[in-house]
Design a protein around this ligand. Structure first.
Ligand SMILES: [Fe+2]
Ligand SMILES: [Fe+2]
Length: 371
């Protein structure tokens, strides 16, 4: 008799999780995988880095906080959580308004790809490294991201589409980032991920009539995983003060601006989705930026001035330029495309030249999820 196949929510090893995902891939759809394969400025990418340099990190300067964080992750509070249970209400995919269905599926595919992007990067670091502290951390984070991606794929499968994650691992293009850029980008994407999930979760607690899909009920525990991952990257950066000083502060500003503006543009491509949630995307963006900025003060010496008069108008210009760009590309209008690209770049320049807010970074980075 065959042993029963474990569900991805129970699995602690990312490699094993991937095998389970691959076994299911006979059912996975080509169209969803094609969407996940796209590499544009707005779609989630896969990353690779200098794994030897990362393996050489010595966590002794943050040992006490490190051991506490790792112990908490080893205790695995969310084991078994990312699985459909009696709280998973029936989803009427056929009855869903087509515009909403399209945007929601797009949201799920993009979220699944982003979660899985974390999984492949972390899994690879674990596989290549020899440093016990580093490999242990990355194994734990890969475990979580494999569960997150697997759970979203379970939701997609009900709609008759799912991403073939095994295929993606082999065929999606990998973008190389130096380790320090991985720290800035990944730290931010973990913290912004936390802020996004908790903001939606709190909003739906107050307005359950807008919870049009059961997956949102899982967001609270989910965001706690992302919170811990962000904490880990904050500690990694804390081991080397140079990473958050001098010229690197300009890189931090670049990543903050890029991550925030990409989120804004991407979310504004999904009006029906936000409407169904009862969320104004401008309010949501401001709320998520406020939370992320507050959190990132734990490690970054600057935050963006999101209340500056040029901030909102810069985001709107960027969003408009991107919408025009997509339209021009679709219609094959070369000069309109160039024009929109120039406007997008100039909007980005206008955002990044807003003077940042400076502050003192605390001696200890550690935070607990408080929103
Ligand atoms: Fe995740
Ligand atoms: Fe994460």
């Amino acid at each position: 008799m065959n042993a029963p196949i474990k569900h991805t929510s129970e699995i602690t090893d990312a490699e094993e999780s991937l095998k389970v995902q691959e076994a299911q891939s006979v059912l996975d759809s080509t169209s969803a995988t094609e969407v996940a394969m796209q590499n544009t400025l707005l779609t989630p990418r896969f990353y690779t880095t200098d794994f030897d340099e990362m393996d050489a990190i010595d966590v002794s300067p943050v040992r006490e906080d490190w051991d506490k964080l790792i112990a908490q992750m080893v205790s695995d509070p969310n084991k078994g959580h990312f699985k459909k249970n009696e709280d998973w209400d029936h989803v009427d995919w056929d009855g869903m308004e087509p515009g909403l269905k399209k945007e929601f599926i797009d949201f799920l595919i993009s979220s699944c790809t982003a979660e899985f992007s974390g999984c492949v990067l972390y899994k690879e670091m674990k596989r290549r490294g020899n440093n016990k502290d580093i490999t242990q951390l990355f194994q734990l984070m890969a475990r979580d991201e494999a569960r997150h991606a697997g759970f979203i794929n379970d939701a997609l499968r009900e709609a008759g589409v799912a991403v073939n994650l095994g295929f993606l691992t082999q065929k999606k293009k990998y973008t190389y980032f130096r380790p320090k850029f991985i720290y800035y980008a990944t730290y931010l994407s973990e913290k912004i991920g936390y802020a996004r999930y908790i903001t939606i979760f709190r909003h739906l607690e107050k307005h359950p009539e807008h919870r049009f899909h059961p997956i949102f009920k899982w967001f609270q525990e989910w965001c706690n995983d992302e919170f811990s991952h962000g904490e880990a990257f904050a500690l990694l950066m804390k081991t080397d003060p140079k990473l958050t000083q001098g010229m690197n502060v300009y890189w931090i500003k670049f990543f903050l601006t890029a991550v925030y503006s990409t989120m804004y543009v991407r979310d504004h491509q999904r009006p029906a989705f936000h409407d169904a949630l009862g969320v104004d995307p401008d309010w949501y963006a401001h709320e998520v930026f406020t939370k992320t900025s507050k959190l990132s003060e734990q490690i970054f010496p600057i935050t963006l001035d999101i209340d500056h008069p040029r901030w909102q108008s810069g985001l709107e210009k960027m969003q408009k330029a991107n919408a025009d760009l997509a339209k021009a590309a679709e219609e094959g209008r070369f000069f309109a495309k160039i024009g929109a690209q120039v406007r997008a770049v100039s909007a980005f320049v206008s955002l990044i030249t807003i003077p940042a807010k400076k502050h003192q970074v605390p001696a200890s980075t550690r935070l607990e999820p408080a929103y």
